[in-house]
Design a protein around this ligand. Structure first.
Ligand code: SIN
Length: 494
């Protein structure tokens, strides 16, 4: 990858706010730096929205809502379809933007482009399938009609780890349902969202439907919007700690909320597992996105009969990763997104080792520049280690053991989180038991990745509320209005 190509792409990405169909600087003139986490150099400067800009964005979304709700579903579908085609054609641009601003290797970034674009395609197909219902009341008298309509102006707060897919997973169903929106992308990774905005603008999205306000003052800018009666929905992807505060703030206006929050995924390897498949799945579940995913395997629970063989083979695979800037052809793991992420990983590993865990691989943070942390495997991790309770968000695999299915389920469920679980077994009945007994929103059986735009992504317990993707994803943006109609045969009956 040449520096010229990087500079050419960076120069082509808009860096303003996008409000009411126009690109503009922040009202204060403020800008912030976007940093390359591999080099710690400044990639771009982006307009830093103020509370007044946030208000203008919501005003534009509110003003556009009525007309947008009345557009033909097919028209909304076609905008999404054109955006899907454009993102797919520009895979290299989107991939490079993501690699530069958040660090993942280009091959993985291309994978995210395919994943993120697919939400545009899936919801382009769903837009024209929104339907209500009509029924006769059980007593045979009144008629019951249910009409679906868009929830209304929505606020999206998206994370840095999947800068494209987490935006399209919210924007696409909102467009399909006829909602207008304000998007606040993560301040660490605004460039991908701004590039997506320009694609949606070119695809014909009317002014005011999507308004984008990168900011470093998240609370000051989004707080007043959440309390504003013009807003009807809030959708957030990020930590449980922040999600909890946003849910509390949303109570004033009784907003519809969707929350994709933290995870603490158990990866369970039973004694009957196909170990080749389990090792492949473990590498995927742990190392996708360098471990910076809420669905990343956070705790490995391995049956005592197979733990030695699993650990040896898994550690060898972890050893084969090549840390390097994501633009390097041989890079298979890029940097973490920032120094704070590395600090947290380092402290979790240190805590586990102090508690008695052994380091089978990695565990030593290299000198800079760049926020690198090496693939790390910890064995003999004590059950009370903090690393088993907190989201690691990095390439560290803590391995513990269990002796019975009952113990595996009990330990897997011993967390306030319930986003995803992974289990490797060849016993169909056991797999079905796990589906009923694990407290989780998603379960991978002999599969290290479950994310799919056609499936409902979301968690139970403190991992969140609502679902994104699949048939369920559009429901989050629709209200039901029930219309009771008097018995049309009443006159004939009397
Ligand atoms: C996340 O980690 O936030 C989402 C990952 C995914 O969609 O697979």
């Amino acid at each position: 990858m040449t520096a010229d190509r990087e500079n050419e792409l960076l120069a082509s990405i808009p860096t303003g706010l996008y409000i009411d169909g126009a690109w503009r600087p922040a009202s204060t003139g403020a800008e912030f730096d976007v940093i390359d986490p591999a080099t710690e150099r400044v990639l771009a400067r982006v307009a830093d929205a103020s509370p007044a800009d946030g208000e203008a964005a919501l005003a534009a979304a509110h003003a556009a809502q009525r007309d947008w709700a009345r557009t033909a579903p097919r028209a909304r579908a076609e905008i999404l379809r054109r955006a899907f085609e454009s993102v797919t054609e520009r895979v290299d641009d989107f991939a490079l933007a993501m690699t530069l601003e958040m660090g993942k290797p280009l091959a993985e970034a291309r994978g995210e482009v395919a994943y993120g674009a697919e939400f545009l395609r899936w919801f382009s197909e769903e837009a024209s399938r929104i339907s209500g219902r009509f029924a006769t009341a059980p007593d045979g008298a009144n008629r019951l009609m249910v009409v679906r309509r868009p929830v209304g102006p929505s606020l999206f707060i998206t994370p840095w780890n999947f800068p494209l897919a987490m935006a399209t997973r919210k924007i696409a169903p909102a467009i399909a349902a006829g909602c207008t929106m304000v998007l606040k992308p993560a301040a660490l990774t605004p460039l991908t969202a701004l590039l997506l905005t320009s694609v949606l603008e070119d695809a014909g999205l009317p002014r005011g439907v999507l308004n984008v306000i990168p900011t470093t003052r998240a609370g000051a800018v989004t707080g007043p919007l959440i309390k504003d009666s013009r807003l009807r929905k809030l959708s957030f992807t990020g930590s449980t700690e922040v999600g909890r505060r946003l849910i509390a703030d949303s109570a004033d206006q009784v907003l519809r909320v969707s929350m994709e929050l933290g995870g603490n995924a158990p990866f369970i390897v039973f004694e009957d597992a196909d170990l080749d498949a389990a090792v492949d799945g473990a590498v995927l579940a742990k190392m996708r996105n360098g471990g910076e995913a809420c669905v990343a395997a956070n705790r490995f629970l391995v049956h005592t009969e197979v733990v030695d063989e699993f650990t040896e083979r898994f550690t060898e695979r972890m050893r084969s990763f090549t840390p390097a800037r994501g633009t390097e052809p041989d890079s298979t793991i890029g940097p973490m997104v920032d120094a704070a992420t590395c600090d947290k990983i380092e402290s979790l590993v240190a805590g586990a080792v102090e508690g008695g865990a052994a380091v089978a691989l990695g565990g030593v943070r290299p000198d800079g520049p760049g926020y690198f942390y090496p693939p790390t495997v910890l064995t003999g991790v004590p059950h009370d280690a903090r690393i088993l309770d907190e989201e690691i968000f990095g390439p560290v695999a803590p391995i513990t053991t269990f002796a019975t299915e009952e113990e595996a389920i009990r330990r897997a469920n011993a967390t306030p989180f319930g986003l995803v679980a992974f289990a490797y077994t060849q016993d169909l009945n056991r797999a079905l038991r796990l589906a009923e007994e694990l407290e989780t929103g998603m379960l991978g059986i002999n599969a290290g990745v479950v994310s799919n735009p056609a499936a409902p992504f979301g968690g139970v317990k403190q991992s969140g509320l609502g679902r994104e993707g699949g048939f369920e994803g559009i429901e989050e943006f629709l209200e039901a209005t029930y219309v009771g109609i008097a018995d049309p045969f009443a006159a004939n009956r009397s």
